[in-house]
Design a protein around this ligand. Structure first.
Ligand code: NCD
Length: 303
């Protein structure tokens, strides 16, 4: 039995197979409409989510399966003090596969150790968000035709953004990647990541101004300032509108640069950018369904 805890749990060749399957699901959805008949997905969400939970539910429903779960820790027995280990033992009796989001780093991992069904980490604190990374990679591969040789700018909250940490970890495995980290001083990417890049001899730069690096980028990954992980409101208010991507800044970019964003967006991308053909964030949300369909099929051994 296999779980998905970090983006590195799949080798790059396994990822290729997963993305091929996701692309097949995109092209021939009817082929998969009953692939999970009789199967049940449990979504155990101890932290708010719209996209991740609903995209899992949509994915399982489109495969012909059914969904149970909770969207709020207060409506589960966690409110009575139940541990995730106990919860997953019980969920193992009710469902065939589980997607879990938790505010504590490592909680889905703890659950997977006691689970009799595959567990998918749907985001653990500021740590990892592997299914968002699969979504990001599938989007890049589908729209650009490859995953190597990109200069990627990651902009915004690089300190607390788990989607950023996950994506960097995944992209270091593809040759020719160059990272440009764009953040205010207070929200720089954690040291353990820059250390890892230095060790692997992967080029990166850290800058504050987005305008200065815009012309170099093949991909721009925008992120929201992670309000819920700030210790004080004042810092959040000071930093939340540090970056706003607008049409003036888009004019500085390559004509085929892609703008990605895991969503939800707050103010960091002006709505005027939505009509730019380089804005890929809503297409990215669509790819999130295909990749989760492929992941469910793979972890259930139905691929
Ligand atoms: C992200 C998350 O939850 O980390 N959202 C998502 O799953 N698409 C990004 C965010 O909340 O900023």
């Amino acid at each position: 039995m296999r779980h998905l805890m970090t983006p590195l749990d799949f080798s790059t060749s396994e990822l290729d197979a997963l993305f091929d399957l996701a692309s097949d699901v995109e092209r021939f959805p009817e082929k998969y409409a009953h692939a999970c008949d009789g199967k049940i997905l449990a979504t155990c969400f101890y932290e708010p989510s719209t996209r991740t939970r609903l995209s899992f539910e949509s994915a399982m429903t489109r495969l012909g399966g059914r969904v149970i779960g909770f969207a709020d820790a207060n409506s589960s027995s966690a409110a009575k003090g139940e541990s995730v280990s106990d919860t997953i033992r019980v969920i193992s009796c009710y469902a065939d596969i589980c997607a879990m989001r938790h505010p504590k780093e490592g909680a889905p991992m703890v659950a997977s150790e006691k689970s009799r069904i595959p567990v998918i980490n749907a985001g653990d604190g500021g740590h990892y968000h592997p299914t968002q990374t699969l979504t990001d990679l599938l989007t890049i591969r589908s729209l650009k035709g490859r995953l190597d040789n990109f200069t990627i700018g990651l902009c915004g909250d690089l300190k607390f953004g788990r989607t950023v940490h996950s994506l960097i970890n995944a992209l270091v495995r593809y040759p020719g990647t160059k990272f440009i980290f764009i953040s205010p001083e207070e929200l720089r990417v954690p040291d353990y990541i820059t250390e890892m890049l230095k060790e692997k001899n992967i080029p990166f730069e850290e800058v504050i101004r987005l305008e200065d690096v815009m012309p170099q980028l093949d991909l721009l990954y925008m992120t929201r300032v992670q309000k819920e992980r700030f210790f004080n409101e004042e810092d959040y208010v000071r930093l939340k509108d540090f970056y706003v991507l607008d049409t003036a800044k888009m004019e500085l970019a390559k004509s085929d640069m892609l703008v990605l964003h895991p969503l939800p967006r707050v103010n960091e991308i002006s709505v005027e950018v939505d009509d730019d053909p380089r804005a890929a964030y809503f297409r990215q949300a669509q790819y999130g369904v295909y990749v989760r369909m492929a992941l469910i099929l793979t972890l259930l051994g139905l691929a």
